[in-house]
Design a protein. Structure first.
Length: 320
């Protein structure tokens, strides 16, 4: 009831588009992935959104913004990277509520791949304690006696790897794993081609997210263009339909992408792109720098309150 009443005071008189970021939807909570939502909480959030917002895909919402016909309360559910549970766990929940999502795919990890960030999580999950010594490969020494220690180690290692060029990053991950062998890690985290086709056929929008999730500002512009184009072309060929939207890896303006990358996307024929700047998109927003935020909140009331707070922020300043 509290969540429903709170939206009577939705803070904007003009139309506003809230775009929500998800990655995985876990069947059950996982202590090593505290930032990922589980199925029960996702169901509650989707039910709330379906009741109070007009749910749209990113490209449809961008078109409505451009044509001046965005509903007063519009929202997009988006997923980044291309995890298998987007199909196996999230899709049935979305279908129950008549909702479609936009799923941004890093194509290099389909069919059994594993993102470097997930390798770090699974490696730290499995490594014996109480100390993880990676000084031989230049990655420091990390306590891993408790779950809290392990989560801190995951964050520290991911930060070291995030902004490396793809080849250097992958080589460093291999050195990390070789320095402390832990046995087999999961190879079924990401979507298969068949699952991705099922998502698209079910009405979800499939967008680009590069090939291997490389932060665009770490590459020369032509290399960034090649990453974006290769990912787009792979998806278009696989699905037999155009890829019209894009999510910047990491997504922070200036640090992770800039105005040159936004212009590049326009030149490549995309119709919209999303960042990770907080706020909502208002009429007149730059369709290639649409804000998104992560919907925190363990209760529906807290989720609603944080959506309202995000809406009060407006839209981000354009990157020039």
């Amino acid at each position: 009831m509290l969540a429903s009443l709170s939206l009577l005071g939705w803070p904007r008189g003009e139309p506003a588009l809230s775009i929500l970021i998800y990655h995985r939807v876990l069947p059950e909570p996982d202590a090593m992935r505290p930032g990922e939502i589980d199925a029960a909480r996702f169901e509650a959030q989707v039910a709330f959104l379906a009741r109070h917002f007009r749910l749209m895909t990113v490209t449809d919402a961008a078109l409505a913004l451009r044509e001046g016909r965005l509903p007063k309360r519009a929202a997009c559910i988006t997923f980044d990277d291309g995890y298998a549970d987007n199909w196996t766990v999230a899709h049935p929940i979305l279908a129950r509520h008549g909702a479609r999502a936009t799923v941004f795919i890093a194509t290099g990890y389909l069919n059994g791949g594993r993102m470097f960030s997930d390798t770090v999580v699974e490696f730290v999950r499995l490594v014996p304690g109480p100390v993880l010594d990676l000084s031989a490969v230049g990655m420091g020494v990390h306590p891993v006696a408790t779950t809290e220690d392990r989560l801190k180690a995951v964050t520290a290692l991911q930060v070291q790897l995030k902004y490396l060029a793809p080849d250097e990053r992958d080589a460093q991950v291999r050195r990390m794993v070789a320095a402390q062998p832990v046995g087999a890690m999961p190879d079924d985290l990401m979507l298969t081609d068949a699952q991705l086709k099922q998502l698209a056929d079910a009405g979800h929008e499939i967008g680009g997210h590069t090939v291997d999730h490389t932060v665009l500002t770490t590459l020369p512009l032509e290399d960034a263009r090649a990453q974006v184009r290769a990912g787009r072309d792979h998806l278009a060929a696989l699905l037999g339909r155009p890829v019209r939207s894009f999510a910047y890896p990491n997504g922070r303006p200036v640090r992770d992408y800039d105005a040159g990358h936004a212009a590049m996307l326009r030149e490549l024929g995309f119709e919209a792109a999303v960042s990770t700047s907080a706020g909502v998109a208002l009429p007149g927003a730059d369709l290639f720098q649409l804000p998104r935020y992560t919907p925190w909140g363990n209760s529906t009331a807290m989720f609603a309150a944080r959506m309202m707070r995000n809406a009060r922020m407006g839209g981000p300043a354009a990157v020039v």
